[in-house]
Structure formats: structure tokens, C-alpha cells
Design a protein around this ligand. Structure first.
Ligand code: F6R
Length: 248
């Protein structure tokens, strides 16, 4: 967790007017708590940052308790010096979600793209809400959520019928256009997806495997998420204790 926080902190220090791509979800909660602590301690400022979130659920207004808007406000934006007008998420309650998806992609492009994209990992290998078999060439659009993703999201909604079925999500090509990527995954429930992402074939069946194409993608795993890797001896050798290789 502190490794991912260190990468983000170093990126913001190197370019204070940075454009960050952000993710929601349980994995991000301790990371954002660490960033909030650093912000309060004065060692990290988000005052000049611009952010674009990966996704939002279709049908949810920004003040809905289960929305990505609300999550980001609570765990990162409100407790830090981040400026609300610089934080962008798709509007799930837009009259025409398809038009909103295209407009969101246009906003990313108009901002000059994303410097550093933060990602979580779905148990089924999704990134953003690009579910298995999403086009590797996709840009921001609407995706139908899988049953497994809806089950994982059940905890954020009062009743099952409220769990959204669709999301506006950056596409896989949108994600790959970011100049750098950091993917964070924790816990053994992510072990199979992490192994498929890193060691499996490049395939739309595991959307996260698309990161194999990116020249500056860093994957940060805890022991649980790394537990199914076949080549872990090699990864430990190159990145002792998770640090950069000597040639980085
Ligand atoms: C959320 C997102 C998703 C999550 C993934 C992991 O904005 O893009 O890809 O990162 O579903 O979610 P958690 O962290 O809740 O396991």
C-alpha cells in the first residue's frame, strides 16, 4: 500500500499540475487514507491536480450513496486540498448515458490525456468496468456488468435490486493511452486474476492482460494477490521487497 502511495506521491511531486486517473473500490480505501494522511502532514498536495475517474454506474446521481462520485468525495476529495472543479467523473444520471460516455472521453482528450492511471483489479480480470471479452481497442462507453461484479458490489447497496447493471467506463484503449499506469491488487481473491494478467496470454478474456502492452505499467501486489504467480522467484529477484530494479 505504501509502495503505491509512494509512486503516486513521487509523480505528483514531479508534476504538481498532474492529470491522474483514479479508481474506486475497497482496494483503494487504505491507499486513499494514506494519501489523505500525507496531505494533512503537508507532504503531498493535490491542489493543482486534475483527476478523471475510470467509471460511474448508469442511473446513479452524484449524491447517491453507492455512486463513485460519493465514494471519491468521502475518501479522497473532501478530506484533501483537491479542488472539486478539477475532479471529473462520468455522470451516471445523464439523460443520454451514451452521449455522456463520449463527452467524458472528449474531456480526457481535451485535458491532454492522463499522466498516471491508477487501477484496481476485478476477480474476473476486469480493469475499470471492462468486463471479460471487452474490446482491447475500446474507449469510454457503456458496459453491462457481469453477475460476479454485481455480487462484489452488492455490499454497497441496500437491496439487491438496487445494484446497478450498467456502467460508463473508460475503455481499455483509453487506459492504455495513459502515460503511466499503476495497478494495485490485494488479497488472495485476486490471485488468479493477477496471475492471468501477468503470466497469462494477452487476451480480452482477461482485460487486465492488456497491461502487458504498456511500456510503463507497474503492478503492486500484496502476498495474497501474488500467491498464484509461477515466476515469483524471478519477480523477487528483480524487485527485492517490491523495490524498483537497479535499472529503473
Ligand atoms: C472501480 C474499478 C474496478 C475496481 C475493481 C476492484 O472504479 O474500476 O475495476 O477497481 O472492481 O474492486 P475492489 O477494489 O473493490 O476489489
Amino acid at each position: 500500500m505504501s509502495r503505491a502511495a509512494d509512486i503516486l506521491t513521487a509523480a505528483v511531486k514531479a508534476k504538481s499540475a498532474i492529470t491522474l486517473g483514479l479508481a474506486t473500490g475497497g482496494t483503494m480505501v487504505p491507499l486513499y487514507a494514506e494519501l489523505v494522511a500525507r496531505n494533512r502532514a503537508g507532504s503531498l498536495s493535490l491542489a493543482r491536480a486534475t483527476t478523471f475517474n475510470l467509471d460511474e454506474y448508469v442511473g446513479l446521481a452524484p449524491d447517491h450513496p453507492g455512486s463513485c462520485h460519493r465514494f471519491m468525495a468521502e475518501v479522497l476529495f473532501d478530506p484533501t486540498d483537491m479542488r472539486a472543479s478539477h475532479a471529473h467523473l462520468p455522470h451516471g444520471d445523464a439523460l443520454d448515458p451514451k452521449v455522456e460516455a463520449q463527452a467524458f472521453q472528449a474531456r480526457i482528450d481535451a485535458a491532454g490525456g492522463i499522466d498516471l492511471q491508477l487501477l484496481g483489479l476485478g476477480q474476473n480480470g476486469h480493469i475499470g468496468f471492462n468486463e471479460p471479452t471487452s474490446s482491447l481497442g475500446s474507449r469510454t462507453r457503456i458496459k453491462t456488468l457481469t453477475v460476479s461484479t454485481r455480487c462484489a458490489n452488492r455490499q454497497y447497496f441496500e437491496i439487491e435490486a438496487d445494484v446497478p447493471r450498467y456502467a460508463i467506463t473508460m475503455g481499455i484503449a483509453t487506459i492504455l493511452e495513459a502515460r503511466a499506469i499503476v495497478l494495485l491488487a490485494t488479497g488472495s481473491a485476486k490471485a488468479a486474476a493477477a496471475s492471468a494478467m501477468i503470466e497469462g496470454p494477452l487476451s480480452a478474456v482477461c482485460p487486465a492482460s492488456a497491461l502487458q502492452l504498456h511500456p510503463r505499467a507497474t503492478v503492486v501486489l500484496d502476498a495474497g494477490a501474488a500467491s498464484a504467480l509461477q515466476l515469483s522467484d524471478h519477480f523477487q529477484h528483480v524487485h527485492p521487497e517490491g523495490q524498483d530494479s537497479v535499472f529503473s
